[in-house]
Design a protein around this ligand. Sequence first.
Ligand SMILES: Cc1cc2nc3c(=O)[nH]c(=O)nc-3n(C[C@H](O)[C@H](O)[C@H](O)COP(=O)(O)OP(=O)(O)OC[C@H]3O[C@@H](n4cnc5c(N)ncnc54)[C@H](O)[C@@H]3O)c2cc1C
Length: 487
Amino acid sequence: MRRRVEAIPGRPLPYGILGGCTDVIDVTDEHELLGVEWMALGCSPVRDTDWCPDESPGEESPGSVPGQKEFFAPTHEVADPITVYAGVRCSTIGWSYQEAIEHVRASLELGEQQGVESAFWRYTLAPRAVDLTPDDGPVSLAQGVAALEGCLAESYGGVGTFHVPTGAAALLSCCNIAYADGNRLSTLAGNCVIVGSGYSGELWTGRLPGAARHGLVVHLRARRRPARPHRSHPGPRRLAATSRAQGGLLDIDEETGQAALRAAGLYDEFLTLVRPGEDAKRVVDRHGTILLDKPADRRSARPEVDRGELRRLLIDSLAPETIRWGRRLDRVRRRPEGGYDLTFEAGPAARADVVVGADGAWSKVRALLTPAAPRYSGTCFVEVALASGDGIRGASVASIGSGTLMAVAPGKGTIVHRYADGQVRGYVALNKSEGWMRSIDFGDPSAGLRQVAGEFDGWSPLLTAFVTESDAEPLLRPVYALPVGIS
Ligand SMILES: Cc1cc2nc3c(=O)[nH]c(=O)nc-3n(C[C@H](O)[C@H](O)[C@H](O)COP(=O)(O)OP(=O)(O)OC[C@H]3O[C@@H](n4cnc5c(N)ncnc54)[C@H](O)[C@@H]3O)c2cc1C
């Protein structure tokens, strides 16, 4: 049995630079995601400002006051966000599924710990590190700590974090260098001590036999977002009414969708979901020149509603337990004596007298009626979204008008919608083979979206910004359709 395990939620790790003495800030807004930030050691002496005494005879002004000081405060620095990929393949033999998940979670946490520590030391701190070892060779542990504390005090004036090799840890307490302060280890001067924690790189390998290297960093803050599942593989089955975003707006036709809602007795509630004013339509060419500007019509025959809200309305109208979440239909078979046998990917089989297939383009039920299968229409949509902001973002959002903006040209286009609350969501569409679309590596969403935007060369930046600046996870929506004429 192979099952997919959701990514572990981000939380402070128990050791090392991301634990103990470090602030770990879990952010939800990715704009705040700055990776690791710290106060860099200035090592710059206080000095006089350029003093240029006025020497002109008889002049009353003495010029600038001598002795004015300029302080070089420690600078605030940031390192790129660090992304760690870790995975575990495991056999569940001898373990329950829950035990296997626990094991995977623990392994992922450990992998994340080691990966972050290693990357941060190797690529960010080690290249700038200063070796404080005296010329005449290694010093004792106490002298080393004293040298580091002196450096911290002189250059930074604050406390920091010492990273001490595991092999030297035992000496810390027997030499009275560190003591336990609550749950953390601290020096007499109040600097936090971290033992071990994944050093790597030449800086930490000691050039002399027996030499132990110590490192210090000033106060660190790590900002990170909760871990997310890697999207290049199919996601887990969606198991609840609210467990996924539903995409953008839907215009509901009078003869089809509205008729169905009336028949279900939900029409009045549906009207409360209609977004008045958002059915304005603006069509522009690739330069952004307006070709059509149709204002909103409150009496539109095709009012716009949010997919998620419509879905909630439909689900809430059912008795609880009507929908069995997580019961994905695997196969449906007609019984010779009448009725149907249904088997599911999980859970017990079922028998039914009547089966209504409403399982979308890839319906398993439809196969009972016709061998026809959907075909790729040749057009693929990619979801985009844009939060308003300064510069090009704000200008792009403003260019939409109050409803939907469509910019279409042969083989490509952008369709974005501005919601009353200021949100912008929509799609960029390309007529490309599905293989080409799927070959785009959206593992790095910005790079993937830049590749998509490359297909819009020469288009107004106001339009391409919907793609290049998109904040949405770039989900692919290849459009499949049944052959025309099937009944
Ligand atoms: C980008 C885009 C924009 C669109 N805009 C509009 C619009 O503005 N107005 C409009 O009217 N239409 C629009 N459409 C079309 C509209 O979304 C579809 O026509 C409509 O969703 C089809 O409904 P459905 O119930 O047949 O299938 P779906 O909406 O695909 O629903 C099928 C359901 O069955 C479930 N399912 C699938 N397989 C199984 C299984 N084996 N076992 C159990 N459950 C299963 C799925 O999880 C899903 O919940 C748009 C489509 C796209 C792609």
